[in-house]
Design a protein around this ligand. Structure first.
Ligand code: NI
Ligand code: MN
Length: 224
C-alpha cells in the first residue's frame, strides 16, 4: 500500500518502498501549498494530466532536478521535452504502460487542452496508477463522464475534483464515485481560489456510505 500526500489543489505524492512519484505538481504560486518544490524529496516520476498552469506547475523543473521521468499526454510531453525535461514518456488516452515504478493507464477527461505559455493543445487526461498493488485513479480536471463506469471495479483510491466551475462539483463528483465504486475517495481541486471554494464535508455527506471519504489538508499524508 503506497502512502499518498496531498500538496493542495490536484497535487499528490505517491510513495511505495523506494519509489516516489508526483502528480500535477503545482507548488510555486499555489496559495494552499505548504511545501516548496525544493522540499519535495527525490522523485522517480512526474505525471501531468494536462497543460494548464495549475497542473503543469513545477513539473519540468522537478523532472530536471531529479532526472525523473515525465509522463504526459503526447503533445504536452513534447512541449515538456522542449522545455528541458530530460526523460519524457508520451502517452495517449486508452494506453497503459508498465514502468519500473508501476503501471500507468491513461483515461479520459473532459476539459480544456491548452498548454500554459504555448499555442499548442494537448488533450487532458486522468491516470490510473498501480503502485504496490493499489490502484489510484487521479481524475485530473474533468466533467462527470459515463466513461468513468468503465473503471468500476478497477480502482481502490479515487482522487476526485469537487470544486465546481472548472471541474465536477460536489453532486457530479458524488455520482462519479458511484460510477467508479472505489473503496476510498480523496477530494481535490477545491478551496485553492475563491471560485472553487466548496465544503468537502458536504461532499462527504453526499457520498454517504458509498465510499470512505478522506479529507486531507495540504501537507497531510494518508495510508490505508
Ligand atoms: Ni485545468
Ligand atoms: Mn485545474
Amino acid at each position: 500500500m503506497p502512502t499518498l500526500t496531498f500538496h493542495g489543489h490536484a497535487c499528490f505524492v505517491l510513495e511505495h518502498e523506494r519509489t516516489r512519484l508526483i502528480i500535477d505538481p503545482f507548488l510555486t504560486g499555489n496559495p494552499k501549498a505548504v511545501v516548496a518544490p525544493a522540499k519535495i524529496p527525490k522523485l522517480d516520476a512526474v505525471l501531468v494530466t494536462h497543460g494548464h498552469g495549475d497542473h503543469l506547475g513545477d513539473a519540468v523543473a522537478l523532472a530536471k532536478r531529479d532526472g525523473a521521468l515525465l509522463v504526459a499526454p503526447f503533445e504536452l510531453a513534447e512541449v515538456c521535452g522542449e522545455r528541458g525535461a530530460p526523460n519524457v514518456h508520451a502517452m495517449a488516452i486508452g494506453g497503459a504502460h508498465d514502468f519500473r515504478f508501476g503501471r500507468v493507464k491513461v483515461v479520459n477527461a473532459v476539459h480544456g487542452g491548452t498548454i500554459a505559455d504555448d499555442t499548442r493543445h494537448s488533450p487532458p487526461c486522468g491516470y490510473v496508477v498501480t503502485l504496490g498493488g493499489t490502484r489510484v485513479y487521479h481524475c485530473g480536471d474533468t466533467a462527470l463522464t459515463l466513461d468513468m463506469q468503465l473503471l468500476q471495479g478497477g480502482v481502490d483510491v479515487m482522487l476526485v475534483p469537487i470544486g465546481d466551475n472548472y471541474t465536477m462539483g460536489i453532486e457530479d463528483a458524488a455520482r462519479a464515485v458511484e460510477f467508479v465504486a472505489p473503496r476510498t475517495v480523496i477530494p481535490m481541486h477545491f478551496g485553492t481560489f475563491p471560485v472553487i471554494d466548496v465544503d468537502p464535508e458536504a461532499f462527504r455527506r453526499r457520498v454517504g456510505a458509498g465510499a470512505d471519504v478522506v479529507i486531507l489538508r495540504p501537507g497531510e499524508s494518508w495510508r490505508r
